[in-house]
Write a protein that binds this ligand. Sequence first.
Ligand SMILES: NC(=O)c1ccc[n+]([C@@H]2O[C@H](COP(=O)([O-])OP(=O)(O)OC[C@H]3O[C@@H](n4cnc5c(N)ncnc54)[C@H](OP(=O)(O)O)[C@@H]3O)[C@@H](O)[C@H]2O)c1
Length: 235
Amino acid sequence: MNEQKAVIVTGAGGNLGSAVVRELAAGGAKLVCMNRSSQELEALAGELPASTEFLSIAGTDLTDYGSCAAAVARADKRFGGVSALINTVGGFQMGAVGPDAPSQWDTMMSANARTALTISAAVLPTMKAAGYGRIIHVAAAPGLKAGANQAAYAASKAAVIRLTEAIAAENREHRITANCILPGTIDTPENRAAMPNAKTDGWVSPQSIARLIAFLISPAAAVVTGAAIPATGRE
Ligand SMILES: NC(=O)c1ccc[n+]([C@@H]2O[C@H](COP(=O)([O-])OP(=O)(O)OC[C@H]3O[C@@H](n4cnc5c(N)ncnc54)[C@H](OP(=O)(O)O)[C@@H]3O)[C@@H](O)[C@H]2O)c1
């Protein structure tokens, strides 16, 4: 990681986003935590080591380019640049290809694909100016092959994978890498509530994905780019 610059974590108040923030804060990163709600950011800030340098930006709508660009400008101003973007924003809906599918398609494309595109477009200029950057998106296994009732979700996560590949190809000469993670079922309170009878021992903890992300933004991962990396193994 370029120690002088900041790491942006979007969806910082979410399950994975907050785990990423905790992991990187423990490693001494300078953090820009973006979230729609300020309450979650305040709670998260209270958990971080006192020495953590971080900027909380509430109210960023990742579907909106102006909102993303304004947030990146604040990060730039505070830390003099952005070395990494970790975008954990996303949503999940299931449904068959039927009357509700067109509206669900738009919702999933917006929540998963447009958000990833928009925050990437907003952060790339500062990374290009520095000649360095790391971009991590979170896709999902259905982005490789859809099952029943997954058309919109799977297509939107496939779009994240293709977007990641395009960013990697366009920015190799700028020493900017772009990779995405394909997590298995993440062990979250929401998943436990939605699947009370599920066997959870094969689920993936947010912390384990956060550690993978910390590796991918480290100098050791400089040559990994354009990858869709499964995070489905056992700890
Ligand atoms: N959970 C799983 O089992 C699983 C499996 C595979 C992949 N994934 C992917 O992993 C990522 C993280 O999942 P998670 O379980 O940590 O989700 P989460 O807890 O629901 O967090 C997602 C975050 O995204 C934010 N968000 C949604 N739309 C936004 C927008 N337009 N602008 C700004 N923020 C927005 C949400 O903010 P609000 O709270 O304000 O809505 C929330 O903070 C997602 O991309 C998800 O699709 C999850």
